[in-house]
Design a protein around this ligand. Structure first.
Ligand SMILES: Nc1ncnc2c1ncn2[C@@H]1O[C@H](COP(=O)(O)OP(=O)(O)O)[C@@H](O)[C@H]1O
Ligand SMILES: [Mg+2]
Length: 316
């Protein structure tokens, strides 16, 4: 591993600066729009009987139209089994539509000749960081992705540095991933994806296995990648507080996208969300209950701070 040696040589020169470099611009362009475009996208899982004959099908994604603009931070909510993971797996062509189409950065995911480009455009981060980290040293692990892409050695080392700094894990570059906390491991997994310079990152419940601190670390990292490096983010999550930061929220139920809007718009519909077996942020719920008791609060309050401000206004 030639690039590995080079990486070690560079340690002294770069020091221990953690976090994003100001000049790191990532990969998402400003001018492009519509990085993800799905039309009537459906996916059926086949069920087979004991002899291996097709028995029945489950429609996991049902005629979904999906539009994500370059640079957007989109959160996807939905009860278990609503089709979120199935939809996510289409974005880097792990699954191909049974019906309908999906274009990622202008490329049809069903076009086999574009498979590598699509996989490079859209990186995936999954729930369990232990299944995503293969290296025995943090920097090595982050280098695997670009190495597999055939990136030249000098370039790999640059990317490893840039990616680890972007997730605030540069200080841990020489550590063994085993010794890291869940949140740190997940940030390394994200760095591994960032090192491939995807325009878009799809995170499928990346915080589900983390403690509250780990969750915060990961969400902050993702938000920074989005805001500072303009990486398009699709975040699938169960945690309502993680949705508040998004530009746009999609709600899925039984394979369909049933609600779309800004967090404020989405959380203005508490009863509808409940009907899809979803929670709302705590502040939203308190505000909603107060509204029902006749307190004149606006819809879609998202944080305790906002709630306190609105209550203060009512007093004066
Ligand atoms: N590999 C599979 N084989 C058969 N059915 C599946 C498979 N994976 C998921 N499903 C079914 O597809 C539907 C959507 O699942 P999934 O996309 O995992 O939802 P979510 O991520 O929202 O929990 C569910 O009914 C689930 O049981
Ligand atoms: Mg899932």
């Amino acid at each position: 591993m030639g690039w590995k040696r080079k990486l070690s040589d560079g340690y002294d020169k770069v020091g221990l600066a953690a976090g994003l470099q100001d000049d790191w611009t990532g990969t998402g362009g400003y001018a492009e729009v519509g990085i993800i475009k799905g039309r009537k996208l459906s996916y059926d899982y086949q069920k087979f009987d004991e002899e291996g004959n097709p028995e029945s099908t489950v429609r996991a994604v049902d005629a979904v139209d999906l539009d994500v603009e370059t640079g957007d931070f989109v959160a996807i909510l939905g009860h278990n089994g609503s089709g979120k993971s199935t939809l996510a797996k289409h974005i880097n062509a792990i699954l191909l539509p049974t019906e309908g189409t999906l274009y990622v950065d202008g490329k049809d995911t069903q076009d086999e000749s574009k498979l590598w480009e699509i996989r490079q455009t859209a990186g995936m981060v999954f729930q369990n960081p232990d299944n995503q980290i293969i290296g025995t040293i943090v920097d090595e692990d982050v280098g695997f992705g670009p190495e597999n892409l055939g990136v030249p050695c000098d370039e790999i080392w640059k990317r490893v540095e840039e990616s680890l700094k972007a997730v605030g894990m540069w200080e841990y570059r020489a550590h063994s991933p085993n010794k890291l906390s869940g949140g740190q491991k997940q940030r390394v997994a994200i760095a591994g994806v960032v090192a491939m310079r995807p325009k878009c990152i799809v995170l499928d419940e990346p915080t589900a296995m983390l403690d509250p601190n780990g969750r915060k670390e990961v969400i902050c990292t993702v938000r920074e990648l989005n805001r500072r490096a303009h990486v398009t983010v699709l975040l699938i999550t169960h945690y309502m507080e993680e949705v508040i930061e998004a530009d746009k929220v999609l709600v899925m139920d039984q394979g369909k996208v049933v609600m779309q809007g800004t967090p404020k718009e989405i959380f203005s519909h508490v009863e509808e969300l409940k009907s899809y077996r979803l929670d709302v942020p705590q502040a939203t719920l308190v505000a909603y209950e107060l509204q029902k008791k006749g307190v004149g609060l606006p819809d879609g309050i998202l944080s305790m701070k906002e709630l306190a401000e609105e209550l203060e206004k009512l007093r004066s």
